[in-house]
Design a protein around this ligand. Sequence first.
Ligand code: TYD
Length: 217
Amino acid sequence: MLITFEGVDGAGKSTQTALTAAVLRQRGYDVLVTREPGGTRLSEEIRRLLLDPRFSEMAGSTEALLYASARSQLVREVILPALEAGRIVLCDRFVDSSLAYQGYGRGIGLDLLYTVNAFALADLGPFFTILFDLASEQGLERSETRESDRLEQESASFHQRVRDGYLALALAAPERIRVVDGSGTPEEVQTRVWVQLPAFLEGREQGAPFAAPGPGR
Ligand code: TYD
């Protein structure tokens, strides 16, 4: 089973991914934690290019393809083998980040992104997603302590579009994407995660394979 964690910058995904993995391991699950962009030797190199503020000239199309390239490698090298071995994979960001940031943020057509990412995802099966929702300015405040990367340097309106985009994606796929309030302490947020997770773990919910929603969406 693959469970992905999504949200605006500073929404608390990374903390929650780690906390969730610890609880799952205590309960006896074999868990693999990874992140995007990154998680393999090659994908971490692509990450470096993507986040480097010196590459301010990067075209949106280049950006979308680089994220998809990093993903393609991670899926084939790490995620698919782990799933085949029966492990639970937790991924800090995944394909919904591309739909939210490159789609809603940069204005690249969702249809194009679905096509490129369907190629990147190969025959990856259904997966589940927890979306940590937080006002984008609150998220950026939380991550202010470290130097900001190329994406974090984008305008406030860009980050607002990303947040709204995530919520639109969740509305369009309510059985796969669960929205969790990202405000409050890590412990409070983790409690909310566990309201959603059992339905996935017990197979009561059906994730959907990655596919573009029907026309009109
Ligand atoms: P991440 O390391 O999760 O940043 P943070 O921990 O600060 O949230 O992700 C790096 C940046 O890459 C983040 O700003 C979101 C962006 N991103 C995309 O724009 N598209 C994508 O497909 C992915 C995976 C990330």
